[in-house]
Design a binder for this molecule. Structure first.
Ligand code: PLP
Length: 448
């Protein structure tokens, strides 16, 4: 094809991208500031490195294990849900058809099943009408942040490090996020109090604190019950909400009991609870939800306000995707613990393989490599005596064939420069062994 060199070039000569390039040019400076924020670009950067090194073993991807997915289960889930509509809910064939094919109610169509799941798995009594089903938990975060953000003085708090999806969602709605120190027991309540005081002194309005109490992404930390209770007291005293995000609690190591969700300890209605089926079912469905049962003085509940925002964002969450997750829930007695039992076993096995493997390779008395020992989830954090940034990751991928995630992405640029996150969800124990050998060679070269 003739290269396009000037205005004389004909449309036929021009490949589409070149034609587009000759048109109006936009500068990122003319676009929303979030588009150049590392919170939004970091994941693309990491995927690019992964694409360039397809043979590298990856401790980077935070994806769920896919060995149990079955295409044949999808039509069955839809049939199970359809039967539920006609037999349990008494819908006529026309109503069933409309439920699946038409625009749906903005709040969702599987709220009854979600309420049952929350009762069975979390001991929570929730009115189905206080739940909004969303396109992944990601949309739920955006709805809540949009609703809470009135003006530039509003601020939310999150642990450093925290999930980039939350930081990114905050950027999209211009919500300021202030960082709170994290300990081995999750977000530090003492520092939260201090940060709230400082924010007030700066003329800001503290609105909420985002927490991932179980096997947090990225730190793997779990909050003991007393920390959960303390956060609730702080929320009441300071007049803020707690935004509890719980995608990983089902993946505990099997020993002992699971700590209660903060929502289930919350007598004062301070907790807005985010749920996701990406890890307990499958992320292709893009089904999450938010429980927003706080009363609104003028009438209704917080969920009714979120629905107004959702009606302008996505109208309703795909009814087909809800039906698939609904069918999956029904087939597992509405228990995500049951639905994800096989995946949880894989994560337990892999977690043990990773921690044992780290001990074998880095456990010597003179080792300058340290790591935490989460009791579940999908992530371990390694601390190394060198800068673990993108340049280091490039070298690790190119010269040693192993990928990981630089932790500083999760600190919004203020920490984590010598830490890396190792995800163990999609590898086999054998691959974990090979990956750790490669990682050990990389670390040895960097510390020689
Ligand atoms: C803490 C946390 N919250 C939410 C999500 C995303 O949830 P969803 O896929 O439902 O949008 C993730 C995904 O990795 C996560 O780690």
């Amino acid at each position: 094809m003739t290269p396009v060199t000037g205005p004389g070039a004909t449309v036929l000569d021009a490949p589409a991208p070149a034609a587009a390039a000759a048109g109006h040019v936009l500068h990122t400076g003319e676009l929303h500031y979030s588009l150049t924020d590392p919170a939004l670009t970091s994941m693309t950067l990491l995927s690019e490195i992964a694409v360039r090194h397809p043979d590298a073993l990856s401790f980077a991807a935070g994806l769920p294990f896919e060995g149990h997915y079955e295409t044949s289960a999808l039509p069955r889930y839809l049939e199970t849900y359809t039967r539920h509509l006609s037999q349990e809910r008494g819908l006529t064939p026309e109503q069933v058809t409309r439920t699946l094919f038409q625009y749906g109610p903005t709040k969702g169509i599987i709220n009854d099943l979600l309420a049952r799941h929350l009762m069975i798995d979390e001991g929570l009594t929730v009115d189905p009408d206080a739940i909004v089903v969303t396109s992944g938990c990601q949309e739920a975060m955006i709805l809540v942040l949009r609703a809470l953000r009135r003006d530039a003085r509003d601020v939310v708090f999150a642990a450093a490090p925290t999930y980039v999806g939350f930081t990114g969602a905050s950027r999209l709605v211009d919500m300021t996020v202030r960082q709170v120190r994290e300990t081995a027991h999750g977000l530090d309540p003492d520092d939260l109090e201090a940060q709230i005081r400082m924010a007030r002194a700066d003329g800001l309005n503290p609105r909420a604190c985002y927490v991932i109490p179980d096997f947090a992404n990225p730190s793997g930390a779990t909050m003991p019950v007393d920390v959960r209770r303390r956060l609730l007291r702080i929320a009441e005293e300071e007049g803020i909400l707690l935004l509890e995000d719980n995608p990983y609690s089902m993946f505990h190591d099997g020993g002992g009991t699971r700590p209660p969700t903060i929502k289930s300890l919350d007598a004062a209605g301070r907790v807005v609870y985010f749920g996701s089926f990406s890890k307990t079912a499958f992320p292709g469905a893009r089904i999450g939800y938010v429980v927003a049962d706080q009363r609104i003085a003028e009438g209704g509940r917080f969920a009714d306000q979120l629905v107004k925002i959702k009606s302008m964002l996505t109208l309703n969450t795909s009814t087909l995707a809800q039906a698939a997750i609904g069918g999956l829930l029904i087939e597992h007695g509405c228990s995500t613990e049951q639905a994800s039992a096989r995946a949880a076993e894989v994560y337990r096995r892999n977690g043990r393989a990773l921690l044992d493997g780290l001990q074998e390779r880095f456990g010597g008395p003179d080792s300058r490599v340290r790591w935490n020992t989460p009791t579940g989830g999908m992530f371990v954090v390694l601390t190394v005596p060198f800068r673990a940034d993108e340049a280091a990751l490039q070298r690790s991928a190119r010269d040693f064939g192993v990928l990981w995630t630089p932790m500083y992405h999760f600190y919004a640029g203020a920490g984590g420069l010598n830490q890396l996150r190792l995800s163990f969800s999609v590898l086999t124990p054998e691959e974990i062994g090979v990956g750790l050998d490669r990682l050990a060679a990389f670390v040895a070269q960097r510390t020689a």
